[in-house]
Design a protein around this ligand. Structure first.
Ligand code: NAD
Length: 282
C-alpha cells in the first residue's frame, strides 16, 4: 500500500518529533492537537530542531522550508479524513485514547492504518474499539524522535501481516530501524528497562551503595550512557512508577513490584528533572 498523507495526533514531546521525521522523509503531514497553541508549540520545536541542522551545515535553508511546508496544522479531527495512516501520540490515558480511536475510526477511509505511540497501553485493547483491528498497530518511537533509530513495532492480537509489513517498510523509509514485538505489557523496551531501573532503586533503598556509586557502576562497567538513577530522573519518576504498575498488574508477578522508595518519592513530588528534584537536584 502506498502511504502519502500521514496524520499525527498530539503535538507534544513525541508528536512533534514524529511529524518532523515524516515530513523530512517527504510525506505530507497533518499535525493535530486540541488547541492552536499546542500545535504552534510543536511547530516551534520542529522549526528549532530543523534550524539546528541548518546551523550545523547538515541541511540548507531550502531543506528546512520544504520540510515545514509539508506540515499542515490542525485542531479538527475531520481534517484527517484523507490520511492513509494516523499515528496517535496524545497523553497516556486509556479512556482518552479509546475515545480518540473511536472517532478516528469513523473519520478515516477504509484502507487507512491506525498506529499508537503508547508506551504502556495494550495495542489489542486500543484496537478493539475500532472496526479495523487488523489495520491497527503500535509504532513506539523513542525520545528524542529525530535522533533515535529504534521504532518498536507492536503487533496486537489481530494486526495483519500486511499491515505489519507496510509499517516496517515505512519505518525504514524514515531512516529508522523497525523491531517487531508482540503485544504484552511494557513490550520489550519498558519490560527490560524499567525493572533494571527499579532494581537500581531497590539497591539504593537497601543501602547497597550510594546513588552516585550505582550510576557509576552501570556507566563505566556496562557502558550505559547514563546511570539508571540519572535516567529515572530524566524519564520522570511518576512515569517510571506508572510503567512498573502496568508491568506488575499486567503480568501479575511480584518481581515487578515498584520499590517503596520510588513510591515515596513520587508521593513527595520528587519527580526528577521536571520538578527540579529526583534522585539528584537540578
Ligand atoms: P506530551 O504531554 O508531551 O504531549 C501530549 C500531547 O497530546 C499534548 O500536546 C496534548 O495537548 C495532546 N492531546 C491530549 N489529548 C488530546 C486529544 N484528545 N487530541 C489531540 N491531542 C491531544 O506527551 P508525550 O511525552 O509526547 O507522550 C505522548 C505519547 O507517547 C504517550 O502515549 C506516551 O506514553 C508515549 N511515549 C512517550 C515517550 C517520552 O519519552 N515522552 C516515549 C515513547 C512513547
Amino acid at each position: 500500500m502506498t502511504l502519502r498523507t500521514i496524520g499525527v495526533v498530539g503535538a507534544g514531546t513525541m508528536g512533534n518529533g514524529i511529524a518532523h521525521v515524516f515530513a523530512q522523509a517527504g510525506f505530507n503531514v497533518i499535525l493535530n492537537d486540541i488547541k492552536d497553541e499546542f500545535v504552534a508549540k510543536g511547530m516551534g520545536t520542529i522549526t528549532k530542531n530543523l534550524q539546528r541542522n541548518v546551523d550545523k551545515g547538515r541541511a540548507t535553508e531550502a531543506d528546512r522550508d520544504s520540510v515545514l511546508a509539508r506540515i499542515t496544522c490542525s485542531t479538527n479531527l475531520n481534517d484527517l479524513a484523507a490520511c492513509d495512516l494516523v499515528v496517535e501520540a496524545i497523553i497516556e490515558q486509556l479512556d482518552i485514547k479509546l475515545e480518540l480511536f473511536r472517532k478516528l475510526d469513523a473519520i478515516l477511509p477504509q484502507h487507512a492504518i491506525l498506529a499508537s505511540n503508547t508506551s504502556s497501553i495494550s495495542i489489542t485493547k486500543l484496537a478493539a474499539v475500532t472496526q479495523r483491528a487488523d489495520r491497527f498497530i503500535g509504532m513506539h518511537f523513542m525520545n528524542p524522535v529525530p535522533v533515535m533509530k529504534l521504532v518498536e513495532i507492536i503487533r496486537g492480537i489481530a494486526t495483519s501481516d500486511a499491515c505489519t509489513k507496510t509499517i516496517a517498510t515505512l519505518t525504514e523509509t524514515l531512516g529508522k530501524v523497525p523491531v517487531e514485538v508482540n503485544d504484552f505489557p511494557g513490550f520489550i523496551s519498558n519490560r527490560v528497562l524499567l525493572p533494571m531501573i527499579n532494581e537500581a532503586i531497590f539497591a539504593l533503598y537497601e543501602g547497597v551503595a550510594t546513588k552516585e556509586a550505582i550510576d557509576e557502576v552501570m556507566k563505566l562497567g556496562m557502558n550505559h550512557p547514563m546511570g539508571p538513577l540519572t535516567l529515572a530522573d530524566f524519564i520522570g519518576l511518576d512515569t517510571c512508577l506508572f510503567i512498573m504498575r502496568v508491568l506488575h498488574d499486567g503480568l501479575g508477578d511480584d518481581k515487578y513490584r515498584p520499590c517503596p522508595l520510588l513510591v515515596k518519592m513520587v508521593d513527595a513530588g520528587y519527580l526528577g528533572r521536571k520538578s527540579g528534584r529526583g534522585f539528584y537536584e537540578y
